[in-house]
Design a protein around this ligand. Structure first.
Ligand SMILES: Cc1ncc(COP(=O)(O)O)c(C=O)c1O
Length: 392
């Protein structure tokens, strides 16, 4: 990596590095990850490239760990949200293209744009102002920046309207420091049962590709996230961008999934205290739980500061040995209390499962997402970077 990039990386990325807590253990099963990728690839034509989405610390799984597993030949490219994540991956692999999903924009420094070009990153452009800024930032540079243009087909986020997209393609062609490397779109509802809106998006995207003869121009065309990859084979094009499915989850729980996916991560923590609590005694902040019987309470040292949500208070369960034991009282910043009265042979130091790697477990990411009225993406990405990732 050139000295300029290294300096930038040190300045912007290493400052964010955290200590690691060895007692909070996220077990990452590399065989499961590779099998999920194999199964997803099996849905696509052989020629379709597989871009592994590893933003948000690889959906909470640990970006370094996941990239190190996948870089051995399982995938063709990586996608991230930010330049900082891209730079980190560039220290781990030289041969994979890295796509940055946040569009380039003038809030980024000139140095950041130059780093993207120097590192060969693939970047999104979504406005004429940004294009102007990027061209100026790279004026006279010997490096050429790979540009992907995101076409608005119905997502209503970073895509650009067709007229402007055509102008941007033209402007990219005229700027010697830019190369049009990709044309993409993003589905808003591919995870829903009713795919009619996704098909409308696909029709609009196909029309744009045909009108501008993009398939004949050697540009990488890509549209599918996980749900699209699984449910819209017509939309696989040259590359798919899969995140949640690689980690073992359907974007939304599916009754009869057409592909087998297994969760890659199991989060465990030790019992650090065992405390008998008499009947009628309140537990934790706010006294939201009062024991109905003499209770053996286990302390587990994780809480909302580690990503274990406060709304799990009095609702979630943990797996202790072979049994499920309820969280009692409020989840604290870094402690939870679990009723282990009915669990045989419970002992100090015993590791318990906080997030299970089995879909229908009462403490799976799906079950926790239901409790928090959210999606499994949020449960996973909330798991703090200081949790120790252990690769098997
Ligand atoms: C542009 C884009 N492509 C692909 C993905 C991956 O989505 P999923 O995790 O549903 O596969 C995302 C994730 O948010 C995204 O923003």
């Amino acid at each position: 990596m050139p000295a300029g990039s290294r300096r930038y990386l040190r300045m912007k990325v290493y400052r964010a590095q955290q200590f690691v807590r060895p007692d909070l253990q996220a077990h990452i099963f590399s065989g499961t990850l590779l099998e999920n990728v194999r199964n997803l690839r099996g849905l696509c034509p052989k020629s379709t490239r597989f871009c592994a989405v590893v933003k948000a610390n690889a959906y909470g799984h640990g970006i370094s760990e996941i990239v190190n597993i996948l870089k051995q030949g399982a995938v063709d490219a990586f996608a991230v949200a930010t330049i900082y994540e891209a730079l980190h991956i560039a220290t781990l692999t030289k041969k994979h293209p890295i796509l940055i999903l946040e569009p380039l924009n003038p809030s980024q420094s000139v140095e950041a744009i130059q780093v993207c070009a120097r590192e060969g990153f693939h970047c999104l452009l979504s406005s004429a102002d940004s294009l102007h800024y990027v061209c100026q930032a790279l004026a006279g540079s010997k490096h050429v920046l790979n540009i992907h243009i995101n076409i608005e087909t119905g997502m209503g986020r970073c895509g650009i309207d067709h007229g402007l997209a055509v102008q941007l393609m033209q402007a990219v062609a005229e700027c010697p420091q830019l190369r049009l490397a990709g044309i993409m779109t993003h589905f808003a509802t591919a995870d829903e049962e009713d795919l009619s809106y996704a098909y409308e998006q696909l029709v609009i995207f196909n029309r744009f590709i045909a009108e501008h003869r993009l398939r004949e121009r050697g540009i990488v065309i890509h549209a599918c996230n996980s749900a699209g990859t699984i449910k819209l084979p017509e939309a696989h094009f040259d590359m798919v961008r899969c995140g949640i499915s690689m980690y073992g989850y359907y974007s939304r729980r599916m009754a009869n999934p057409p592909v087998s996916l297994k969760p890659v991560m199991k989060l465990m923590a030790p019992i650090t205290g065992l405390k008998p609590i008499p009947q009628g005694h309140s537990v934790s902040y706010g006294r939201s739980f009062v024991t109905k019987r003499p209770t053996l309470a286990a302390l587990v040292p994780l809480g909302y500061a580690d990503g274990y949500r406060r709304c799990f208070s009095n609702r979630a369960v943990l797996k202790v040995g072979e049994q499920f034991a309820p969280v009692i009282g409020r989840v604290c910043m870094d402690q939870i209390i679990v009723d282990v009265t009915d669990v045989p042979n419970v002992r100090l130091g015993q590791m318990v499962t906080v997030l299970d790697n089995v879909h229908d477990s009462p403490c799976s990411a799906y079950a926790l997402a239901d409790l928090a009225d959210t999606i499994c993406y949020e449960i996973l990405t909330f798991i703090h970077a200081h949790v120790n990732r252990i690769v098997h």
